[in-house]
Design a protein around this ligand. Structure first.
Ligand SMILES: Cc1cc2nc3c(=O)[nH]c(=O)nc-3n(C[C@H](O)[C@H](O)[C@H](O)COP(=O)(O)OP(=O)(O)OC[C@H]3O[C@@H](n4cnc5c(N)ncnc54)[C@H](O)[C@@H]3O)c2cc1C
Length: 377
């Protein structure tokens, strides 16, 4: 690091911290970001080739305005980067016809009308013969959906932040920080840095900070499976998807490398105490659940996955994000609890957190993501 005093410090340079550092630097703010691991490490929540992006949002209609802005900002970012960042292969959501999940999606589309198609199981087969859905299932197709090349996006945010003057420091762990009227003093294992404000974007590592205020952030270990099949599952002929099957939720993304098509399970908790506990062998249950889904829905994939990786969800009590000021310190902001569905929002999170830090407010409707909801406000 070449200077020790900044306007804003960013703690954690995973998906969100990198996007925040980029937006701050782009606006000419002097920013320092500190990351305990390497630039694109695989110990947190932002690795594994790809992330689904979609406008179909049954999780809560309130996310849709944020998503719309997020899309604009991804497109803007892509203009400054030589590779494709977002692929519009489409997104399919399918579930038993009477599923509340589909009802919630219907509601979201009613509140925020967005182009989409509704298909029955045989119409899905006509468009995408790779899916073998039970006849009782219904599906929605989101033509805006697809995926983000997450490794490239992360690199774009970091490299472009540096190009705009951000100091990003890797392999440097923040050990403590203090907030006073004069600003922030942050200690790492290498140095002491000062700034006017601090933005914490520490993913699953935010758990102890939130616990001080009785907010329980749960850390879920997730397993991502890759199945070798490439050709039939390339983005030109296969969409990203979420399928509710046998009361749980599976997601998948087209093959973007020779590892093949990627599939994971979203809903069944596998809670761990701390992020470092993620590295345990695959359990029989985790394997059985995914094998059953693949055997039922994608019989052409066979039952053997070629490659497995673990990844972390940082899950809030209501599965919605936290974008707010720290409960105790005015000059500290929190961006966390992305609950396994946050990456598609990284660009808008960058914008919102920058606005909160610089203006004290955001013009986007983010009240539903404030901490007050946990304190009954
Ligand atoms: C398997 C899986 C699939 C997913 N699929 C999707 C999807 O399809 N679509 C979607 O939108 N989202 C998806 N998500 C969610 C999304 O990827 C995450 O919400 C998002 O990437 C989280 O970013 P983050 O910056 O909050 O956390 P992280 O990327 O984990 O970053 C936090 C960073 O803070 C650093 N840090 C913590 N403490 C310190 C310290 N003391 N000092 C220095 N550095 C520190 C950590 O090392 C880490 O790099 C998925 C997540 C997983 C795990």
């Amino acid at each position: 690091l070449n200077k020790k005093t900044y306007d804003i410090l960013v703690l954690g340079l995973g998906g969100m911290g990198s996007a925040i550092a980029y937006e701050l630097a782009k606006r000419g703010v002097s920013v320092c970001g500190v990351e305990q691991y390497s630039a694109r490490h695989n110990k947190g929540g932002t690795h594994g080739e790809s992330r689904i992006i979609r406008k179909a949002y049954p999780e809560k209609p309130d996310y849709v305005p944020l998503l719309n802005r997020s899309y604009e900002l991804w497109d803007e970012l892509e203009q400054h980067w030589p590779e494709e960042l977002r692929n519009e292969c489409g997104f399919l959501v399918a579930a038993p016809g009477d599923s509340p999940y589909l009802q919630d999606l219907d509601n979201a589309y009613q509140q925020h009308p967005t182009q989409h198609e509704q298909w029955n199981a045989s119409e899905v087969r006509q468009h995408f013969p790779q899916f073998s859905l039970p006849e009782s299932y219904r599906a929605y197709f989101d033509p805006f959906g697809g995926f983000l090349h997450v490794g490239r996006c992360l690199m774009a945010h970091q490299k472009l932040a540096e190009r705009h003057g951000a100091d990003l420091s890797f392999d440097e762990a923040v050990q403590s920080w203090e907030s006073s009227e004069n600003g922030i003093t942050l200690k790492t294992n290498k140095q002491i840095v000062q700034a006017k404000k601090l933005i914490i974007a520490s993913g699953a590592w935010m758990k102890p900070e939130l616990a001080k205020y009785d907010i329980q952030l749960k850390i879920w270990r997730r397993v991502i499976f890759w199945y070798g099949e490439q050709l039939q599952f390339a983005p030109e002929r296969f969409p990203s998807f979420v399928i509710e099957h046998q009361s749980t939720g599976f997601y998948g993304l087209p093959a973007v490398s020779d590892k093949g098509v990627k599939i994971g399970e979203h809903n069944i908790p596998f809670e761990i105490e701390k992020p470092e506990d993620a590295d345990q062998p695959l359990t029989d249950h985790e394997e059985e659940v995914i094998n059953r889904c693949v055997a039922d829905i994608f019989p052409m994939l066979g039952s053997r996955h070629q490659f497995v990786k673990t990844c972390l969800y940082a899950v809030t009590p209501d599965h919605h994000f936290i974008l707010d000021q720290h409960p105790e310190h005015e000059n500290v902001l929190l961006a966390g609890g992305f609950s396994g569905h946050g990456y598609k929002f990284a660009t808008v999170v960058g914008e919102v957190m920058t606005d909160l830090a610089l203006e004290g407010k955001s013009n986007l409707p983010i009240d539903f993501l404030s901490l007050g909801r946990f304190f009954g406000k």
